[in-house]
Design a protein around this ligand. Structure first.
Ligand code: AMP
Length: 206
């Protein structure tokens, strides 16, 4: 079963993906995480992506699509693929058609004001990747590692990422709604409440 998690930056896609992977054995493909890993390993792809990520722009489609295709073709023995942060526009969605059939699109909706609040106070654990709020302090709730603010979680870049989301990613909602495999979930609730609806949707479509 192949699932696309759709939603604005900060809607909670990564958090829900982690829970789904733990329970269902899906392979998690987060294009943002892959680019950040490439960057910390100082690869050519990471360096190319950095210029776009720093500004909150999308990395060019050809780089993203090739990277995702490579990841998917290297997978063996998984119960399905969970795409998180991909596709991000119609051309990526169309490039993916035929390569990997999408069975379900889970759209996590959160109002823009709440998104801005979340992104501005979001902190990332550099050891385990846990996401938490700045009000939880300087060390990770899960592993005690150091937490940082992502470079693209600063005010100017947040606003640009949200504009890019409205212009390029929001059209995917109608695209997938028309295909009858689309479930919208209210993401402005506790992680557990959102997860109950996400896993119910996965069960319904499996
Ligand atoms: P994320 O962690 O999903 O918010 O992604 C962080 C950044 O990585 C984005 O602002 C983009 O610059 C880049 N990125 C992640 N996924 C994609 C994608 N599917 N297409 C283009 N750029 C992406």
């Amino acid at each position: 079963m192949n699932i696309v998690l759709l939603g604005s930056p900060g809607a909670g896609k990564g958090t829900q993906a982690t829970l789904l992977v733990k329970e269902n054995g899906f392979a998690h493909i987060s294009t943002g995480d892959i680019f950040r890993a490439e960057l910390s390993n100082n690869t050519a792809l990471g360096q190319k992506a950095k210029a776009y990520m720093d500004k909150g722009e999308l990395v060019p489609d050809e780089l993203v699509v090739d990277m995702v295709n490579g990841k998917i073709s290297s997978l063996t023995d998984v119960s399905g693929v969970l795409l998180d942060g991909f596709p991000r526009n119609l051309s990526q969605a169309k490039a993916m058609e035929g390569k990997i059939p999408v069975d379900l699109v889970v759209y996590i909706h959160v109002d823009k004001d709440e998104i801005i609040r979340r992104l501005s106070s979001r902190r990332l654990c550099t050891s385990c990747g846990n996401i938490q709020s700045a009000k939880n302090g300087q060390s990770c709730d899960k592993c005690g590692g150091p937490v940082i603010q992502r470079e693209d979680d600063t005010e100017t870049v947040i606003m640009n990422r949200l504009n890019v989301y409205e212009e390029q990613t929001v059209p995917l909602i109608a695209f997938y709604q028309n295909q009858g495999k689309f479930v919208q979930i209210d993401g402005d609730r506790s992680v557990d409440e959102v997860y109950q609806d996400v896993s119910a949707a996965v069960e319904r479509f499996s």
